[in-house]
Design a protein around this ligand. Structure first.
Ligand code: WAQ
Ligand code: MG
Ligand code: MG
Ligand code: MG
Length: 248
């Protein structure tokens, strides 16, 4: 689903909301209504353009365990960004590349997908412009997520569920070194740095209320197989979840 204000995205409309679900045929209608509700109750305004596509998925579903979650408190956005920079540096990303990347997110408020960045050079690798790469074909069953939160003593948060599902898919690909994200929604100020190595590291405050800049950056270690990387992100069906014992 994608929704914009002032016309379709490709005709200059402002991106308001996007969303995706992977579901059984039996759940398809319920999930479609959830996406309509998401777009038409958004804090960035009511869209004038809405489009939804439904793809039949035939590939075998990959099952992946969720990344572990940690939360770091930041007193203000400046401290939160400093923390984000140091978490990225923990992955061997240089100061120069981190600076470039932070500038991209700070000035980005019309992307509807993620930007793929070469972790060594800071160069952008996808050629999607403001469309970016939209990670799709992923889900985490509600009950399993809620039980997992309980077991991990985490507050059930839909926003986190969506973001952690996405980050887990992205970080399970060997090309991903780390992901940096914060919302473009003016009322959501928690962001994160995620990776297979360090898990999903939330930072409680990475921007001020009212700020409409935000987005997602995937730092990758190579530009060799970028097409198959994008294919994985967009098309390979992935289910996030845990076993009965919720062990990680
Ligand atoms: N694939 C790629 N990029 C996406 C996707 C997707 N499926 N969904 C969103 N984006 C990009 C796009 O540029 C959006 O404008 C931007 O990310 C922000 O999306 O408490 O809510 O849905 O642990 O506004 C993170 C913290 C919340 C959650 C992130 O992002 C927590 C959030 P939003
Ligand atoms: Mg925006
Ligand atoms: Mg979202
Ligand atoms: Mg948003």
């Amino acid at each position: 689903m994608r929704a914009a204000l002032g016309g379709p995205h490709e005709e200059g409309g402002k991106h308001i909301s996007g969303g995706e679900h992977l579901s059984s045929k039996a759940d398809m209608q319920v999930k479609a209504v959830e996406l309509i509700d998401k777009a038409f109750s958004h804090t960035q305004g009511e869209p004038t353009f809405f489009q939804m596509t439904i793809d039949k998925v035939e590939e075998h579903l990959q099952a992946i365990k969720p990344l572990s979650v940690s939360t770091i408190d930041a007193t203000d956005a400046a401290q939160g960004r400093k923390l984000a920079r140091s978490l990225l540096a923990d992955h061997g990303i240089s100061d120069e590349v981190i600076k470039k990347a932070m500038n991209l997110l700070e000035s980005s408020n019309d992307n509807r997908g993620a930007l793929i960045i070469n972790a060594k050079t800071g160069e952008r690798l996808d050629e999607r412009k403001e469309k970016g790469v939209r990670v799709s074909h992923l889900y985490w069953e509600k009950e399993n997520f809620e039980q997992w939160c309980k077991q991990k003593e985490l507050v059930v948060n839909q926003r986190m569920k969506e973001a952690l599902t996405l980050a887990t898919k992205v970080c399970s690909h060997p090309l991903t070194i780390a992901e940096l994200c914060w919302s473009d929604d003016p009322d959501y100020i928690t962001g994160y740095v995620a990776s297979a190595a360090k898990g999903y590291q939330r930072i409680t405050k990475v921007k001020e209320y009212g700020d409409e800049a935000g987005g997602r950056l995937f730092f990758v270690n190579d530009d060799q197989s970028i097409d198959s990387y994008i294919h994985y992100l967009e098309k390979i069906p992935v289910s996030i979840g845990t076993e009965e014992n919720y062990e990680l």
